[in-house]
Design a binder for this molecule. Structure first.
Ligand code: BG6
Length: 511
């Protein structure tokens, strides 16, 4: 049977022999995302001929049992539903399990032995990619033990890299502590802080769209853009993750990372190159330029809310406080809407509105750029009730694509103005299914390309930006603003529309 691993000697992006070591190997992320991503990379012929995977977790599990559980997960979660048995066999036969309590430095010797055994067996040194897919409580100790056991040492020819999952800290001080402690064990260049939104095709396309189409850049500023809306809407509730979510909330879970990354990509200046530090330098500049919201303004610039019972997709669902694992006196927000202002030459005076929420009417992530009205409306005596200013919207998911709303005259004797859409859809334009975010990000980390990963200063700036919001919500230095309610299956609280209507003539764009 065909083996794509060994199929493509002309591919110049081919990786060096590698091993991926996943900590948290029995967890959800490994089964739903990481191993299916490795499998799909293998199908695409993007993994090197010498490639191994080791799963590490605290439970004692035999290789065979581990392989069986991964096999059923890949069948269930791979984007390619029809499994190529040859490719899968090649991958799973080179997959092993090591039992290692994360805080037991001695056990890392077993891991090291296993890696050396595989190197001896394949007759070559392997690049090492360690993936920390565990609870964040273990990030520090795993890194320390990896370093103590010599597994993070690099040579001229072999590299050792560590992917760190989110959440990266819980606030500014904890993120700084985590950064500092990781840097005791490895160099910044070895750390790959993952934000899976950056691996989404449509998110990467934002940069291509902005910087390879000459006609947008001249109008990409305060002279022509009225405001920007960024929406990360989900219809799911907290499900089985209430334990984590109740101590986190949507501001930490989505806005601090995914939504602010989207904002940065809309707002950044052209980087000097499409290279890790050049892109990240520009993102940091954006984050630094966003005005910090004073404690006493949090109530007027930020709306927080949580879902009440309602119906989603025709099914009755419980309110947040009724979810199992949520504290009865919880004030955790499942919805947030914020207004940001960017103090720089490009964006002065252009509000950036960001909203994120669970149990909303539908799952959709969108960025919309709302252009200013024309300076003088020539057709004002005509039927202009449908007239709207131009909106450029990036549909990040689902139904990925870009739509530009323009005004046009419908056919007929009367001069009317009507909005119409110019539409680009990934599905119909490219005719291929987009890879999953984790595929791209695993591949980039194996290649050592950190462009789509976040740097320490970026993470800290993002926490710093939200610091006052957390303080105000805790009632520090001001009266804590209310937690509004919204019906599950709706578009969020009325207060979120009112936030926009302080400056605009309408609330959030209908999605
Ligand atoms: C994760 C959050 O980072 O992103 C989840 O922790 C959220 O709460 C998820 O559901 C959304 O990701 P996606 O790719 O489905 O938009």
């Amino acid at each position: 049977m065909e083996n794509p691993f060994k199929n493509d000697s002309s591919d110049t992006t081919r990786l060096d022999p590698s091993i991926v070591v996943i900590f948290g190997a029995t967890g959800d992320l490994t089964h739903r995302k990481l191993v299916p991503a490795l499998y799909n990379l293998a199908v695409d012929g993007l993994l090197p001929a010498h490639f191994f995977t080791i799963g590490v977790a605290r439970r004692a599990v035999a290789d065979a049992e581990f392989r069986d559980s991964l096999t059923s997960s890949v069948k269930q979660f791979s984007r390619r539903q029809k499994i190529n048995e040859g490719v899968w066999k090649e991958l799973i036969d080179h997959t092993y399990y090591v039992n290692c309590p994360f805080d037991d430095a001695e056990s890392y010797k077993d891991l090291r032995c296993k890696i050396e055994e595989l190197e001896a067996h394949s007759g070559m040194k392997l690049n090492r990619l360690f993936y920390l897919a565990t609870s964040p409580d273990y990030f520090e100790i795993i890194s320390k033990n990896l370093s103590l056991s010599g597994l993070l040492e690099e040579t001229e020819t072999t590299k050792a890299r560590v992917i760190v999952e989110k959440p990266f800290g819980n606030d500014l001080p904890s993120a700084k502590l985590l950064n500092n402690s990781l840097l005791q064990s490895m160099k910044e260049q070895q750390i790959f802080r993952i934000d899976h939104y950056l691996g989404k095709e449509t998110v990467q396309n934002l940069l291509v769209f902005r910087f390879s189409n000459g006609f947008f850049e001249p109008i990409w500023n305060h002279k022509y853009i009225d405001h920007v809306e960024i929406s990360v809407c989900e219809s799911i509730g907290v499900g089985s993750r209430a334990g984590y979510f109740d101590s986190s909330g949507i501001l930490r879970d989505i806005v601090q990372n995914h939504a602010l990354q989207l904002l940065c990509l809309v707002a950044l200046e052209p980087p000097v190159a499409f290279e890790a530090d050049a892109v990240r330098d520009e993102k940091v500049k954006v984050l630094k330029s966003i005005r910090r919201i004073p404690l006493d303004k949090v109530g007027s610039k930020v709306v927080r809310a949580r879902y009440q019972s309602g119906a989603v997709d025709g099914k009755e669902v419980t309110g947040y406080l009724g979810e199992s694992g949520v504290s009865p006196d919880s004030t955790t927000e499942t919805y947030v809407a914020l207004e940001f202002e960017i103090d720089n030459w490009r964006w002065a005076g252009v509000p950036f509105y960001v909203r994120a929420g669970k149990r909303l009417a539908k799952r959709t992530t969108e960025i919309s750029i709302h252009f200013k009205e024309v300076p003088h409306l020539l057709f004002k005596d005509q039927d202009i009730k449908n007239w709207k200013s131009n909106v450029l919207s990036f549909r990040i998911q689902p139904d990925e694509g870009i739509t530009f709303k323009i005004s046009a005259k419908p056919p007929g004797p009367k001069l009317k103005v009507q909005p119409v859409n110019m539409d680009f859809s990934y599905g119909s334009s490219f005719g291929v299914e987009a890879p999953e975010a984790y595929e791209r990000l695993l591949l980039d980390a194996m290649r050592g390309d950190a462009t789509l990963f976040t740097r320490n200063d970026e993470i800290e700036q993002a926490w710093d930006l939200l610091d006052n919001v957390f303080k105000a919500w805790a009632g520090e230095g001001t009266k804590a603003p209310p937690v509004f309610g919204y019906e599950a299956g709706s578009w969020g609280p009325v207060a979120a529309d009112e936030l926009l209507m302080k400056k605009l003539s309408q609330g959030w764009r209908r999605l």
